[in-house]
Ligand binder design. Structure first.
Ligand SMILES: C[S@@+](CC[C@H](N)C(=O)[O-])C[C@H]1O[C@@H](n2cnc3c(N)ncnc32)[C@H](O)[C@@H]1O
Length: 334
């Protein structure tokens, strides 16, 4: 989830200081902000006069923030309402692209907008669309078959009660349309206890959100296409909020990165082309000061790489996560 908060009208984007120290915006250049949100990163980068921002967001509702920045920096800021998996369709005029930034998940504004149904406090019809979607969670819950629903809850939510929850959903949907309150009640009834750490519905909601927004394929294609767009020397930087996202980013960065001091006893891994330099093996996480100011940043992990070569072969990246993209491709009668 997002760690972006609005406090006394001040906006605190997650790991901002750390991000700036990596991308060095003071030297000037073009940056792509793939997840514009409230424009926290974009605004900060644009403070340096030599910088340009190309920003993307799938959610049209970010327009309010887009307008605010356009007014101030019209000739250095460009916004596109597209999904970041389509980043390769952008026409970049100058070749001064320094970094491509992803701050995954949803913003606090999106979760506060109860009509989007991303929060389990939402009322009424299920939704969970972040923008530019093919269907909502209402359709998934009412139409997806039992076996596939279990797979979605298990693989995208790690929900150990998936089978029981889905059984109840299927029983209930025969008699009525399941809305957000019904779904949370079904989950509470199955779990029968209150988990003190996370809400009973967190895992199922995460699973549905990932499925509805095709977050796994978005991330995999977004990373690959970012690689293609970026010149050698450019940086890809990703902030993740849950373990599936982080596993994907970690694999992509580590598997295609040069090892700093490879042991001569290591097996020859020539077959994997190394196109990145990985400076930090471990992710960067918020410090205690940030956690105090913004507790929802606690699950944030920042990873980055520098592109060192145009040579690539990402076949095993796609293969490794095929078991997840296959689930995202599960169909139901629309
Ligand atoms: C965590 S917020 C970004 C917050 C931003 N860094 C800031 O400082 O305000 C994530 C944003 O990414 C957008 N988003 C999520 N997945 C996307 C995708 N596949 N393509 C484009 N935008 C996406 C969401 O709509 C949301 O506005």
């Amino acid at each position: 989830m997002s760690a972006t908060i609005k406090l006394e009208n001040k906006h605190f984007p997650v790991l901002l200081k750390e991000l700036l120290s990596i991308i060095s915006p003071l030297y000037g250049g073009t940056f792509i902000d793939c997840t514009f949100g409230q424009g926290g990163y974009s605004k900060k980068i644009l403070e340096e006069k030599k910088n340009k921002i190309i920003a993307l967001d799938r959610d049209q509702d970010v327009n309010l923030y887009v307008k605010e920045i356009e007014k101030k920096y019209s000739n250095r800021f460009n916004f596109h309402n597209i999904k970041f998996s389509q980043i390769n369709n952008l026409k970049i005029k100058d070749n001064d692209l320094k970094a491509i930034i992803f701050d995954l998940g949803y913003s606090l504004n999106q979760i506060k907008d109860l009509s989007k149904g991303l929060s389990f406090q939402s009322k009424g019809k299920l939704n969970m669309k972040m923008g530019l979607n093919e269907f909502s969670s209402h359709e998934v819950i009412s139409k997806m078959n039992e076996k596939n629903l279990v797979k979605i809850f298990k693989f995208f939510g790690d929900e150990i009660h998936a089978k029981k929850i889905v059984k109840k959903i299927v029983e209930n949907r025969k008699i009525k349309t399941i809305n957000t309150e019904d779904l949370t009640k079904i989950i509470d009834d199955v779990k029968k206890y209150k988990n003190s750490k996370i809400n009973n519905s967190t895992k199922v909601f995460q699973a549905l959100r990932i499925f509805v927004n095709k977050e796994i394929s978005e991330l995999i294609n977004g990373l690959i296409n970012a690689f293609h767009l970026l010149p050698v020397g450019g940086i890809i930087l990703v902030v993740t909020f849950h373990s599936i996202e982080d596993r994907i980013v970690k694999f992509f960065f580590k598997n295609y990165s040069e090892i700093k001091n490879p042991s001569r006893y290591l097996p020859n891994k020539n077959k994997i082309l190394k196109c990145f330099k990985l400076t930090n093996k471990k992710p960067i996480i918020p410090n205690s000061e940030e956690l105090k100011l913004n507790p929802s940043s606690r699950s944030a992990k920042l990873r980055f790489v520098t592109k060192i070569s145009n040579q690539y072969n990402f076949d095993d990246f796609k293969k490794k996560f095929e078991y997840l993209t296959d689930i995202e491709n599960l169909q139901f009668d629309k």
